[in-house]
Design a protein around this ligand. Structure first.
Ligand SMILES: Nc1nc2c(ncn2[C@@H]2O[C@H](COP(=O)(O)OP(=O)(O)O)[C@@H](O)[C@H]2O)c(=O)[nH]1
Ligand SMILES: [Mg+2]
Length: 319
């Protein structure tokens, strides 16, 4: 039963294993506003995520297929898995979104796998703050291991991918110059590389190129991302991929980096919430006087901005 419920009832039901309630709870988070805030507050104190695994890469690289194959493999080691598929909102990807849903539905009947798509529609800033809440909600409701599929193209997507404990960057053979990965910032966020579609020519070359890139750019003390060839469609290499993901998780724990990463993630989250709140308040400002002063050249843009910032002072009302 999913009649209108208040956030508290919804959270209680979702924590008790009511999947429809969890779905509604995630929708509430996604919509944001005061109900989203209320849910996020209730979830905050709940069970924390144990392992957040980001799967990122270009559209069509095979992220969803690989996610599906990984879930199947992970299920023999883990009691429950949450999946957050962050869909690009561009009209070009309408088909891909549908495709994702169908592939991921292989697991829809598995009660211990919870798959959720989240759209980036319109408000990217909103998504950046909704994703951590959604991950916490999945963990609090019995899915402490969470796979997050994102398209590693935009800044926000890379940020979300980088917010995982372990980030898998999916590339393909013939994807050619690894310099592109470096440019996209993917080299810094990769903890594991999957060279997917290894059934196609050029897989060994792609692996060699990536290894060479790592030789050049990696600090010796750093975790060296394993480069794992996979064929997501046949699950070839998926066992090794899961092994590398677990190795990385263990490495973080053994080197006391897990807590540090999570702390950094939380502080980043604070920054982005702060920035979006400030942006809201800046948007709502009465700028007429400062603009007039600027137009008549009484003040320069810096002074105009400083005058406006004073409006945000102690007396200013919150957004
Ligand atoms: N040949 C081959 N095709 C694959 C492999 N993995 C995925 N695909 C295909 O690549 C296409 C895109 O896959 P999808 O998982 O939707 O990619 P995503 O956009 O990164 O999520 C689909 O047609 C898949 O069947 C693979 O390992 N080998
Ligand atoms: Mg996909």
């Amino acid at each position: 039963m999913v009649a209108a419920r208040d956030p508290e009832e919804l959270v209680v039901a979702a924590k008790e294993g009511d999947r429809a309630a969890l779905a509604r709870l995630l929708s509430t988070i996604e919509r944001g506003g005061e109900p989203g805030r209320a849910v996020a507050r209730l979830i905050w104190a709940g069970r924390q995520p144990e392992h957040v695994i980001g799967i990122t890469g270009a559209p069509g690289a095979g992220k969803s297929t690989l996610t599906g194959a990984l879930i199947a493999r992970m299920r023999s080691d883990l009691p429950a898995i949450g999946v957050l598929a962050i869909d690009p909102s561009s009209p070009f990807s309408g088909g891909a979104i549908l495709g994702d849903r169908i592939r991921l539905q292989d697991h829809a009947l598995d009660r211990r796998v919870f798959v959720r798509s989240m759209a980036t529609r319109g408000h990217l800033g909103g998504l950046a703050s909704a994703a951590p809440d959604a991950i916490r909600a999945l963990a609090a409701c019995g899915y402490p291991t969470v796979l997050v599929e994102t398209v590693g193209v935009g800044q926000i997507e890379v940020e979300i991918a980088g917010a995982a404990d372990t980030t898998v960057v999916v590339v393909n053979p013939g994807w050619g110059d690894a310099v592109q990965a470096a440019k996209a910032g993917l080299l810094e966020i990769a903890d594991v590389f999957a060279v997917n579609k290894a059934d196609r020519p050029g897989a060994a070359k792609a692996k060699r190129e990536l290894e060479a890139m790592l030789d050049m750019h990696l600090r010796p003390s750093r975790w060296r991302p394993p480069v794992v060839p996979t064929v997501a469609t046949t699950a070839h290499g998926v066992d090794e991929l899961w092994g590398s993901i677990r190795d990385h998780r263990r490495h973080l724990e053994d080197t006391d980096q897990l807590a540090g990463r999570r702390d950094k993630r939380l502080m980043d989250e604070l920054e982005s919430v702060l920035l979006s709140k400030l942006a809201d308040r800046i948007g709502g400002m009465d700028k007429a006087a400062a603009q007039a002063a600027l137009r008549s050249r009484q003040v320069d843009p810096y002074e105009a901005a400083e005058q406006l910032i004073e409006q945000l002072g102690p007396g200013a009302q919150g957004a």
